[in-house]
Design a protein around this ligand. Structure first.
Ligand SMILES: Cc1cc2nc3c(=O)[nH]c(=O)nc-3n(C[C@H](O)[C@H](O)[C@H](O)COP(=O)(O)OP(=O)(O)OC[C@H]3O[C@@H](n4cnc5c(N)ncnc54)[C@H](O)[C@@H]3O)c2cc1C
Ligand SMILES: NC(=O)c1ccc[n+]([C@@H]2O[C@H](COP(=O)([O-])OP(=O)(O)OC[C@H]3O[C@@H](n4cnc5c(N)ncnc54)[C@H](OP(=O)(O)O)[C@@H]3O)[C@@H](O)[C@H]2O)c1
Length: 520
């Protein structure tokens, strides 16, 4: 009898749970390790006001619908957490999960760095498992930092999350960073989100709060401050770039998914490895692509009067959505600006001073009691630092925080390891689930990987296409506008028919989503 393979999965957020489910279904033994005391990843530590910003029919496991009791399109954070927990219970995943188990680092045993460097095929053969090689995981109890028994596995799946644990703190000149702000306190949004709700409310109450950033965390935080303090102690929102933060997902009454998540929309976007016909179609349809972007932009401008606030972005909506910079505008956001509870202030560059923040080119500081940096995360550092080997760490050092991987999951030079949840889309659950399914098929031997050279070429082709539309905002390996094309490749690898809808017109015009991939 063949020995059952052990697959260590690091992280028990949506990515780790989906990976666990599919790996289990292939008869392998998953061992899921998570540093937190609960499953669900980021959904355990959010603001009180956090809602899912992706419509729930897009943010769902393909074979596990939301319960009927959740009737809103954008459930609350606690409904999301309940949904994730019931998924884990329903598929019997809990017994494979070890909580409070932080993986300090992982070591590859079996082949030297030089041998790996010389391989023409991933793992020597392009197969999922290699004879005589293992990963050793050094684990500590996250509460006490005491070592736990090491875990030895045939394969590792990193599901450690892109938007958690490691804050992105801007760089400042010497003595002009947070240490210079002696009159108040500086926090990152992740620290604020980790507080209990009462503690967080007390912290901001009656304080002059400055929030830095203009994406989802910043918008929600500014709203929370505005609702707590009103115009008496307005919250200053310091932003660097204006973005198209849509007030709803129905531009001029049309669901956004009909504009960006069907095959017709993808005919307007250059695709990796496209032939002449598809290339010409993109050229032919490019005016429609422009028109669709304008349609969304005019809808947003009309609904929230961006020009009145001087908040019209320079870049197109297409650039924002192609970069996964898609933050739903909180309800009544600009009402709070009108009432004086939120002050919008542009700051291309800033530093700290004794009284608060100094914007480059200005002479008066932004007086603050509390500064909250909603400046995003450095998940890329987590990914790098988990490797014991400096060679692997170097492979994980990318420019622009991008994680260039084959099928956005496999680094061609890091054997017996996959990453899920780093390249983004507008519904990360949808994306992580199909990747997990693809990975399980690969582990089960359904297909092999191509040579290292071919994988590198494919990665470069993808990067080139994705960068075409994201421009300078290409930081997240975002596949949002090419999701169908991406899924098609995974389906072909797995031997599935990529066309998941009945009929030519349905397949061309209806948006694709998780439920299209529930079964082979
Ligand atoms: C507040 C918030 C709201 C969001 N809303 C949406 C949304 O509406 N739609 C959307 O598509 N995306 C949203 N996102 C993006 C979000 O990151 C994903 O949707 C998704 O939940 C991420 O899941 P994940 O499993 O990949 O990572 P995470 O949820 O970050 O989980 C990673 C897990 O890995 C564990 N871990 C990390 N390192 C180690 C280690 N060394 N050892 C052991 N365990 C480790 C962590 O403890 C964590 O539990 C949101 C993000 C945030 C922060
Ligand atoms: N469902 C929800 O309600 C919800 C809530 C929170 C977060 N999220 C998700 O979680 C993820 C992380 O969101 P996030 O808002 O925390 O981070 P983020 O999307 O990475 O946004 C970071 C913000 O900080 C700004 N910034 C970064 N470095 C800066 C610097 N040096 N100086 C000034 N500004 C700087 C960025 O400006 P630029 O635009 O100029 O780069 C951007 O506005 C996203 O996927 C988001 O959608 C969802």
């Amino acid at each position: 009898m063949m020995e059952q393979k052990k697959v260590a999965i690091i992280g028990a957020g949506i990515s780790g749970l989906a990976a666990c489910k599919f790996i289990l279904s292939k008869g392998m033994i998953p061992i899921v390790l998570d540093a937190r005391g609960a499953i669900g990843g980021v959904w355990n530590e959010t603001l009180k006001s956090t809602l899912l910003q992706t419509p729930k029919n897009m943010f769902r496991f393909s074979d596990f619908p939301w319960p009927k009791s959740v009737t809103t399109e954008f459930p609350t954070y606690s409904q999301v957490l309940d949904y994730i927990k019931s998924y884990a219970e329903h598929f019997g995943l809990l017994k494979y999960i070890r909580l409070n188990s932080k993986v300090v680092n992982i070591e590859y045993e079996g082949f030297s760095d030089e041998e790996i460097d010389g391989w023409t095929h991933w793992g020597h053969s392009g197969n999922s498992f290699a004879k005589g090689s293992k990963w050793k995981l050094n684990v500590v109890d996250a509460r006490t930092n005491t070592p736990l028994q090491e875990v030895v596995a045939d394969f590792v799946v990193l599901c450690i999350g892109r938007f958690s644990d490691v804050p992105n703190i801007p760089n400042f000149p010497p003595n002009k960073g947070p240490e210079a702000f002696t009159a108040g306190k500086v926090l990152h949004s992740l620290e604020y989100s980790a507080m209990d709700f009462d503690g967080a409310a007390n912290l901001i109450k009656d304080k002059q709060v400055t929030v830095v950033g203009f994406h989802k965390s910043a918008l929600d935080l500014a709203m929370e401050c505005a609702n707590t303090n009103g115009p008496k102690k307005p919250c200053t929102l310091l932003y660097r770039t204006e973005h198209w933060n849509p007030p709803d997902t129905y531009p001029w009454g049309i669901p956004l998914s009909f504009l960006y998540m069907n095959r017709f929309a993808e005919l307007m976007i250059h695709k990796p490895g496209e032939g002449l016909l598809l290339y010409l179609l993109v050229i032919l349809f490019s005016p429609i692509r422009w028109l669709i972007s304008k349609l969304v932009e005019t809808h947003i401008k009309r609904k929230v009067k961006l020009a009145k606030y001087g908040m019209v972005p320079k870049q197109s909506f297409l650039q924002d959505i192609s970069s996964c910079i898609f933050a739903g505008l909180p309800k009544n956001f600009y009402d709070k600006v009108d009432e004086g509870s939120i002050i919008l202030k542009k700051a291309p560059s800033f530093s700290f001073c004794e009284e608060g923040i100094m914007i480059k080119g200005e002479t008066e500081p932004v007086h603050s009691d509390l500064v909250i940096l909603a400046t995003g995360y450095r998940g890329d550092l987590k990914l790098k630092d988990i490797f014991a080997s400096s060679a692997f760490r170097d492979y994980m050092l990318f420019g622009d925080l991008i994680v260039p991987m084959y099928r956005q999951c496999i680094h061609p030079r890091v054997p017996q390891l996959a990453v899920i949840g780093f390249s983004e889309s507008n519904s990360n659950l949808y994306t992580s689930e199909i990747r997990s399914r693809w990975l399980a098929e690969f582990l089960d031997g359904t297909f092999k990987l191509p040579s290292v050279k071919e994988m590198e070429k494919d990665i470069a082709n993808w990067e080139k296409c994705l960068k075409l539309y994201s421009g300078p905002s290409y930081k997240r390996g975002c596949i949002a506008t090419l999701h169908n094309c991406y899924n098609d490749q995974l389906c072909k690898d797995m031997g599935w028919n990529p066309k998941r809808k009945k009929g030519f017109f349905a397949d061309l015009f209806l948006p694709y989503g998780p439920s299209d991939y529930a079964f082979p």
